[in-house]
Design a protein. Structure first.
Length: 303
């Protein structure tokens, strides 16, 4: 136990990336577990942290003296990363390795998020943690670099690979579709890329449930640390996901399914990047709900 987790005191939790769609949900769910130091680029809810500044992380960790770190910061502009490789690599890989090196010295646990985009999508079945990553784009390459740097650092780390994250705020497919439905009579949506939509709130709540057991000493990260897949259950295409959003919206936009070849984007996307969550379920006794149920709950809140 560190000084913050002595009997009767609350743990101090350092949340990095508190302004993103997962970070915003984590601020709420982690508040039950301890005192949250919510760091973000803007510094809106707590300390400002610029991950482009190589010394900023050391200062933040030294000042906050956390009992656990949750890193929800990431460079997620998949297409922009193709031309802005240095920034993507700094935030997604180098800074994550630095976090690991700093926390390994104190034995402080860290939870970090990665992505289905570390895979090419060419396997033709659900991906497990044992499958060899083969990213198609810079975003996937840099997120894979972050995974490896953190695992190599010697820190007590949990890495949750997730996919197709959406929520009630931030830049995501759900909010983009809702806006476009109101603006256009017809939309062309890719129908041959398959994945698992994941509600940011479910991701945050699963994280909090696991972290609670880590803080109580019920889980030893020397034994159960490492990589886990953590996504909404089930699978769907982008067109199918858009159709489900449209049906709930009550609007009458026409959705036309198109192949990926007709959607020209700078970054290539995996065609089938559904992740197998069984290792997470068996290790922690938790299962994510079906993506349709989570979508319905999220849309209910947006109303």
């Amino acid at each position: 136990m560190t000084q913050h987790t002595q009997a009767g005191t609350r743990p101090r939790l350092l949340l990095i990336g508190a302004n993103g769609q997962v970070g915003w949900e984590l601020r709420r769910t982690l508040a039950c577990l301890g005192d949250v130091v919510a760091a973000s680029l803007e510094g809106e809810y707590g300390p400002a942290i610029d991950l482009m500044d190589a010394g900023a992380l050391a200062r933040l960790i030294q000042d906050s003296r956390p009992d656990a770190v949750i890193n929800a910061a990431a460079y997620t502009a998949v297409d922009k990363a193709e031309s802005d490789q240095a920034t993507a690599r700094r935030i997604n890989a180098e800074a994550v390795g630095e976090m690991g090196a700093l926390l390994a010295k104190t034995g402080t646990p860290i939870i970090h998020y990665s992505t289905d985009f570390v895979f090419s999508g060419n396997l033709g079945r659900l991906y497990t943690e044992a499958d060899t990553p083969d990213p198609l784009n810079v975003y996937g390459e840099t997120k894979l670099g972050g995974e490896r740097a953190l695992l190599d650092s010697g820190a007590k780390a949990l890495i949750f690979r997730t996919s197709w994250v959406y929520g009630a705020r931030g830049a995501n497919f759900l909010l983009t579709m809702r806006r476009l439905f109101a603006e256009r009579d017809e939309l062309r949506i890719v129908d041959d890329q398959i994945g698992s939509p994941t509600w940011s709130r479910m991701l945050a709540e699963a994280t909090a449930l696991v972290l609670h057991r880590v803080l109580r000493g019920e889980l030893d990260l020397e034994q159960v640390g490492g990589l886990y897949h953590l996504t909404g259950a089930g699978q769907v295409s982008w067109h199918g996901f858009a159709s489900a959003i449209l049906e709930a919206s009550g609007l009458e936009t026409r959705l036309i399914p198109i192949p990926s070849s007709e959607y020209q984007a700078p970054a290539k996307r995996p065609m089938f990047s559904v992740l197998d969550n069984r290792r997470f379920q068996e290790t922690f006794g938790l299962a994510m709900p079906d993506w349709r149920l989570s979508l319905a709950q999220c849309l209910e809140e947006l109303k």
